[in-house]
Design a protein. Structure first.
Length: 135
């Protein structure tokens, strides 16, 4: 029986795992330094004041109406932006998917025809509109 240190397959797997971790390290460093560290620091600042622990900031947030109104206004803006994005994004995505489907139907090779930028999609779209006008 061979040990795992002498097994070439295991050595290759470990080397590949180390390489993956090495490739992942820059992304993890960015995430930790730009997201995790500031959030932890902010949370710490919210409970530590004048050399001791306090919950005065949370008490002020829950009782002062200025904070609630700001929160509600931010929430309203987020909802409006989400709805506008959905209203604009879905029709654009639908048309793009329909054009790709029409292109595939016209040329038979789909994405290759789009990359070639042949004039077929416009002709197919005119044909599609003419055929479906009475629906």
């Amino acid at each position: 029986m061979t040990t795992s240190t002498n097994n070439p397959s295991m050595q290759h797997d470990r080397r590949e795992q180390r390489l993956m971790l090495l490739l992942l390290a820059p992304a993890l460093l960015v995430i930790v330094s730009l997201l995790i560290v500031p959030l932890v620091w902010l949370a710490w600042q919210s409970i530590w004041q004048d050399g001791g622990f306090t919950v005065i900031n949370y008490q002020r947030f829950l009782t002062d109406s200025v904070y609630w109104m700001t929160f509600l206004q931010t929430f309203r803006i987020a909802v409006v932006v989400t709805l506008v994005t959905l209203l604009l994004g879905y029709p654009v995505a639908y048309v793009a998917a329909a054009l790709l489907t029409l292109e595939r139907a016209c040329s038979g090779n789909g994405a290759a025809a789009l990359l070639d930028q042949r004039p077929c999609p416009g002709l197919c779209l005119a044909h599609f509109v003419a055929e479906n006008r009475h629906r």
